[in-house]
Design a protein around this ligand. Structure first.
Ligand SMILES: C[S@@+](CC[C@H](N)C(=O)[O-])C[C@H]1O[C@@H](n2cnc3c(N)ncnc32)[C@H](O)[C@@H]1O
Length: 396
């Protein structure tokens, strides 16, 4: 049965309310509610676990998810994720009609798994997670609803294989656990292209735990099965090795990846891409390894020459990847100073200060796709010198 997205969205909102999650659009209201529900000691404990989890250690990650499964904590924490659940839940549910046996990997407390099972009583769902406290909550909630088409298992796929055969595997925010991992650097500061070094790819898959998770999931996905994945891999340096990990396991794009955007209370989160993958033999679409397009790509050199009348306002300023296209158009530039070196965190950095057509510019680029071009009138060139010196100080 095909369900339209308005119906799915409303059903999901009702489901989130049943879980006791509240939708907030103001930080002030959200934090006031949080302070009423949790004591300063609870908040301190939570902050400590968040800090430990950041370091990416397996035991600390499990301890964090066990803590967040506590009935006092999960409504508070996951209320921030209401819009996330809506974005992911509605998109995923729209693909469920094609499947019979579905595995939700890293299901947490089962908020979305139970939603899917309620919507499709004729299909079978299994939720797996390595946080035992999360699995207890998930099973209790499913039992309360009397769901017979759903079960939960506590499994760590890094240490134990999965069993069964599925025609759909769903993994959202569960495959790449290292949120701080910068990803794969480009070949040099001049390009967004990544080389094809298998050692670097393997290192990314190992560091983030992606490789073993994907290998184990691919083993239980049947030959005509589909996979739905959504991770925080929006930055190109993470997106490229993530996509290569999928492609190396014969997973192909079934539809164009979707960029996801939602708010966690007031903060806008650029998430995804949301991938729907299949294992068929035909190659349907190419993987995109280019930076996301932005307005700055339409750079008009002649328009930049026009002064705004206020010398404090740069003639042009671009902090996006398209700054590279703009910089490449400054063909008759006179380079006054430049440096290319390895920063202490390993990234190659290039900084360049110069002039063209009596205007002054500063260009910075690095191998993690950061680009910056600022053009000012001659009278403001001292400001660029200050920025340049600041960059130099940051490099040593
Ligand atoms: C950020 S939560 C995401 C929960 C849910 N998928 C969602 O989208 O809201 C990540 C979950 O993945 C689980 N997880 C991470 N690595 C795992 C592994 N190797 N085996 C089983 N579960 C894992 C964690 O315990 C955690 O509950």
């Amino acid at each position: 049965m095909k369900m339209d997205s308005d119906f799915l969205r409303q059903a999901l909102r009702d489901h989130l309310a049943w879980w006791g999650l509240k939708h907030f659009s103001s930080d002030r209201d959200y934090f006031a509610w949080q302070r009423r529900q949790l004591s300063p000691k609870d908040l301190e404990r939570l902050a400590l676990h968040i800090e430990r989890k950041r370091k990416g250690n397996r035991r600390d990650e499990i301890a964090f998810y066990d803590l967040t499964a506590h009935p006092k904590i999960y409504p508070i924490l996951y209320s921030q994720r209401c819009e996330y659940y809506e974005e992911i839940g509605v998109r995923t549910a729209a693909h469920l009609d094609q499947a019979k046996d579905v595995l939700d990997f890293g299901c947490g407390i089962g908020v979305l798994t139970i939603f899917y099972a309620r919507l499709f009583p004729e299909k079978h769902f299994v939720g797996v997670d390595r946080s035992s406290a999360s699995i207890v909550v998930a099973q209790e909630k499913a039992d309360r609803l009397g769901l017979r088409n759903l079960r939960f298992e506590c499994v760590d796929v890094e240490t134990d294989p999965l069993s069964g055969s599925y025609d759909l595997v769903v993994a959202t925010h569960a495959l790449v656990q290292s949120e701080q991992d910068p990803g794969l650097p480009s070949r040099s500061w001049r390009t967004f292209e990544r080389g094809h070094d298998p050692t670097q790819q393997l290192s990314f898959e190992r560091r983030t735990g992606l490789g073993i998770r994907l290998d184990r999931l691919c083993r239980i996905l049947n030959s005509y099965g589909r996979m739905i994945v959504n991770e925080k891999t929006r930055q190109l340096a993470r997106r490229v090795p993530f996509q290569r990990a999928l492609a190396n396991r014969e997973l192909k794009l079934a539809e164009r990846p979707a960029l996801i955007r939602y708010r966690t209370v007031e903060e806008v989160v650029e998430d995804g891409p949301f991938y729907v993958l299949h294992r068929g033999s035909e190659e349907t679409m190419n993987w995109d390894e280019e930076p996301e397009q932005d307005q700055g790509q339409l750079f008009d050199l002649d328009a930049v020459s026009l002064s705004s009348g206020d010398v404090n306002v740069p003639l042009y300023e671009n902090h996006r990847p398209s700054a590279q296209t703009a910089w490449e158009q400054l063909k008759d530039r006179d380079v006054m100073r430049e440096i290319t070196c390895q920063a202490s965190d390993g990234r190659q950095v290039h900084a360049e200060r110069g002039s063209f057509r009596r205007q002054h510019y500063l260009y910075c680029a690095n191998t993690f796709d950061q680009r910056q071009l600022v053009i000012v009138e001659e009278a403001r060139s001292a400001m660029l010198e200050e920025y340049y010196q600041e960059i130099m100080r940051g490099l040593v």
